[in-house]
Design a protein around this ligand. Structure first.
Ligand code: NAD
Length: 360
């Protein structure tokens, strides 16, 4: 099973989604970067121990020289120290502008490797080989790269499109269950905001089947890649459509920060989606069935919808988040399954809107 999805932005590239693709990465790279003589592979400690040997063998089989940088797995590594260490390793390995960087890992790896590639020698090619569910359905596509600062997440970065994205959905076999659940929050988001077919697929299966059935996993990830690609391509010139991808995130980010990041991103987004769904029903922005179906789907994938957060604190937090414009917050709401729209709220309106969820 394999399909190639073309991302037809100005700097176009392909996303190859399939099963057992790692042995072919070398050939794929040579096709797309024929002048490359060296591949600089960046990976984290968990993923490297599982898949690095395979990738290196594939690159060498395609006559590419290889060099490797492995960082300690986890968001804590997505910082300026690791970024500088990566750049220094690139320089020590005499990487040139015709060579390529290969990220092998989840979203932390593609964000940091993408940023290093965007800035080393003012920009060299990067290929993402994505291995986490969040990476496969979201982080590896769209060209956003960056690192965290002590002041906040993703504060430094660049837009840098990959030359190719390789998504081997069989790598999800080794992804811990909790990471699958976290990634499912983004998968559910696509289903609710834009993809009723994906909604049906998710509704008619369950977490265990997704974890154990390779064909199903492939189909689900492929559908999400099509969704993200659709949004990225249709909003290349910033007409605002990609804002729909923020569904659950505006409130989710506030919950994440309020918990001092003890609540994970995926779980925070799930709560954010459920809060907005409940509030939308009360305000007549969606009907009861949409609300119930959305909440049931979130719960079915072992994501908690419990919340007793103060509406005032949520509204204040959302106002200080980066999505506010001119004293209003843009909030994505789901009007029916597979359809989203954006509503603008002042801080008082937002607080009242959020408070109404408690009557649900
Ligand atoms: P991650 O890269 O840290 O991966 C999560 C964990 O899973 C890590 O411990 C990793 O080692 C492990 N892992 C990954 N693949 C594995 C596999 N196949 N088998 C076993 N273990 C594996 O985090 P993530 O959840 O993939 O991504 C989160 C990051 O992505 C955040 O930093 C976030 O800001 C970023 N992100 C970026 C974008 C974007 O558009 N650039 C979008 C969403 C998220």
């Amino acid at each position: 099973m394999k399909s190639t999805i073309h991302v037809a932005t100005k700097q176009a590239y392909d996303v190859i989604v399939g099963q057992d693709l790692l042995d072919e990465v070398g050939q794929d790279i040579i096709k797309i970067c024929p002048t490359a003589s060296k591949a600089f592979v960046i990976s984290d400690s968990n993923v490297a121990s599982l898949y690095l040997d395979k990738i290196i063998a594939s690159l060498r089989n395609s006559n590419l020289e290889t060099a490797v940088y492995v960082f300690e797995a986890g968001e804590e590594s997505k910082n300026s120290d690791t970024y500088i260490a990566i750049l220094q390793a690139m320089a020590s390995n005499f990487l040139t502008r015709t060579d390529v960087v290969v990220s092998l890992g989840g979203g932390v790896c593609s964000d940091m490797a993408g940023f290093a590639a965007a800035t080393f020698l003012r920009g060299i090619d990067v290929i993402h080989v994505s291995t986490s569910l969040l990476g496969q359905v979201d982080a590896s596509i769209g060209g956003k790269t960056g690192i965290d600062l002590p002041n906040g997440k993703n504060l430094v970065g660049a837009f840098w499109q990959p030359k190719l994205v390789v998504i081997d959905t069989n790598t999800l076999e080794t992804l811990p269950r909790e990471q699958i659940i976290e990634g499912m929050a983004e998968v559910i988001k696509y289903a609710l905001i834009m993809d009723a077919v994906l909604y049906d697929l998710l509704k008619n299966t369950n977490l265990d089947e997704i974890i154990t059935n390779p064909q199903l996993r492939y189909e689900m990830v492929r559908q999400c890649v099509l969704d993200k690609t659709d949004v990225v391509v249709s909003d290349e010139f910033d007409n605002g459509r990609k804002q729909i991808l923020n569904f659950g995130h505006t409130i989710g980010h506030v919950l994440e920060k309020m918990s001092d990041f003890k609540l994970s991103h995926g779980r925070a987004v799930a709560k954010g989606m459920s809060i907005v769904l409940n509030a939308s029903r009360k305000e007549g922005l969606c009907d009861a069935a949409t609300n119930d179906n959305g909440i049931d789907l979130i719960k079915a994938y072992e994501l908690s919808v419990e919340d007793d957060t103060s509406s005032e604190l949520l509204a204040q937090g959302a106002m200080s988040d980066k999505k506010k414009r001119g004293g209003t917050v843009s909030l994505v709401v789901v009007s029916s399954i597979g359809e989203a729209k954006i509503v603008k709220k002042s801080i008082d309106e937002l607080e009242a809107f959020l408070e109404a969820r408690k009557e649900c």
